[in-house]
Design a protein around this ligand. Structure first.
Ligand SMILES: C[S@@+](CC[C@H](N)C(=O)[O-])C[C@H]1O[C@@H](n2cnc3c(N)ncnc32)[C@H](O)[C@@H]1O
Length: 414
């Protein structure tokens, strides 16, 4: 690690008041504050030309020569994977950095676990399919172009990039295929920051104006704290598949309700659906998600139920747009009906997920159990809000009756 720190300093990286050590648990290295940082203060800065992105790689003489022999441009992920596949741990200009990178990864893909897609919850299914496809295509392509590379080396390199890259808007480069965008870079030192979506104090940004990459304190950081960033609002299935770890309390947990399931649940809840409802739902195009937060069913899920409760005359001639996109508060009666139907739908959904969970193999059962927990949290907060609204309504009625009684007394006194 000492050699890596020296290497970073020689390249102009600034990170006074930090140290890289191994936190307890199984999360590799992490960055700790050895001094306090005020909100807004830069914690790490480095020159932008040191970000490892596609443009940097294709301009290195070694890769320039290799790519000149190939008749096609490569995509950013392919280029970065090629870079980490080829760089020699001893000879590379990045040698001290390469030596502190993890040797193995705990992702299912790295461990050779091949999930049956049907045993995965929907929230992770597409990501898993896409990840498998990407690894297999990149491995095949790189081995075809450079037969000296092995699948294992490429798999390791792909993981380095995938678990450590950061979103950066890279400039266009003539020798890079950016048809799907070019927004990734691996940034040494910055990539030692671990993920915690609740505690995170570090926000990273590319300051193009100043030609540097910066991690700033988003709030006061105390001496001795581990500094975290947020990799995204991921549930544990996604964290495991993408990064090889899970969080004990993960507020990113979510359940995705596909349209056909939503329609079935609505019918069970006694909502009379027509083709018109389905067409409006499609046009509104809102996803139906449940999140493991105590805010209850999301606005988009509520809106979908609201659409399903529209009368025919409310949908005719696009009138529904005025209703759905209006900023006026929802009519109390409609709101109550949405709650009532949602409660039935969510309980039904939960039962369905519980039944599915029972049939799942051990390796993915926990993902489904997490989905059941999300349903529980959503149902609990919905019930709580229904109760609160009910109490408010009663209180309003009581006040109305009181003022009516006072009025009557006043009138009789006149
Ligand atoms: C960008 S790197 C962070 C630095 C990394 N810990 C290292 O030693 O190089 C991302 C990897 O760190 C680990 N990681 C990050 N946050 C974690 C957390 N909260 N718990 C466990 N492992 C974590 C995972 O292995 C993940 O793939």
């Amino acid at each position: 690690m000492e050699e890596f720190i020296k290497w970073c300093k020689a390249r102009g990286y600034k990170f006074d008041g930090l140290e890289i050590t191994c936190p307890p648990g199984n999360c590799g290295n992490g960055i700790y504050a050895t001094t306090g940082f005020r909100t807004g203060k830069p914690i790490i800065t480095l020159p932008e030309h040191d970000m490892i992105n596609s443009a940097l790689v294709v301009d290195l003489p070694f890769y320039k020569k290799k790519l000149a022999k190939i008749n096609e441009k490569m995509k950013p992920m392919e280029i970065l994977t090629m870079f980490f596949s080829f760089e020699d741990f001893e000879q590379s200009a990045w040698s001290p950095y390469l030596k502190v990178l993890p040797k193995t990864f705990d992702t299912p893909a790295f461990k050779g676990i091949d999930y049956d897609v049907n045993t995965l919850p929907l929230s992770i299914r597409k990501y898993w399919i896409d990840q498998k496809k990407e690894i297999s295509e990149i491995s095949e392509k790189l081995r075809h172009l450079f037969p000296e590379l092995t699948h294992d080396k490429i798999l390791w390199a792909w993981h380095v990039v995938n678990t450590r890259c950061i979103f950066v808007e890279n400039e266009e480069h003539d020798n890079v295929d950016n048809s799907d965008g070019d927004t990734i870079a691996v940034i040494p030192y910055v990539d030692m920051l671990n993920h915690d979506p609740e505690k995170y104090q570090g926000v990273a940004l590319h300051e193009k104006r100043n030609g540097r990459y910066v991690v700033q304190a988003k709030r006061q950081i105390q001496e001795g704290e581990q500094i975290f960033v947020c990799y995204g609002a991921h549930d544990n299935a996604r964290l495991l598949v993408e990064y090889g770890f899970t969080l004990p309390q993960n507020l990113g947990a979510k359940v995705l309700i596909p349209q056909e399931v939503l329609l079935t649940l609505a019918k069970i809840a006694g909502i009379k659906l027509t083709r018109e409802h389905e067409m409006v739902l499609e046009e509104v195009g809102l996803p139906s998600h449940l999140y493991a937060t105590d805010e209850g069913p999301s606005w988009s899920l509520r809106t979908n139920v609201r659409v399903m409760l529209l009368e025919h005359w409310q949908m005719a001639n696009g009138r529904w747009k005025k209703i759905i996109y209006s900023h006026d508060p929802i009519d109390d009666e409609v709101d109550q009906k949405i709650d009532e139907k949602l409660e039935i739908m969510l309980k039904e959904l939960r039962n369905g997920v519980v039944e599915k969970t029972k049939k799942m193999p051990n390796e993915t059962k926990w993902m489904w159990e997490e989905q059941v927990k999300v349903c529980d949290v959503a149902i609990e907060s919905l019930e709580k809000s229904i109760k609160e609204k009910e109490e408010e309504r009663k209180e309003e009625e009581r006040r109305a009756e009181e003022s009516k009684a006072t009025e009557e007394v006043e009138k009789s006194e006149e």
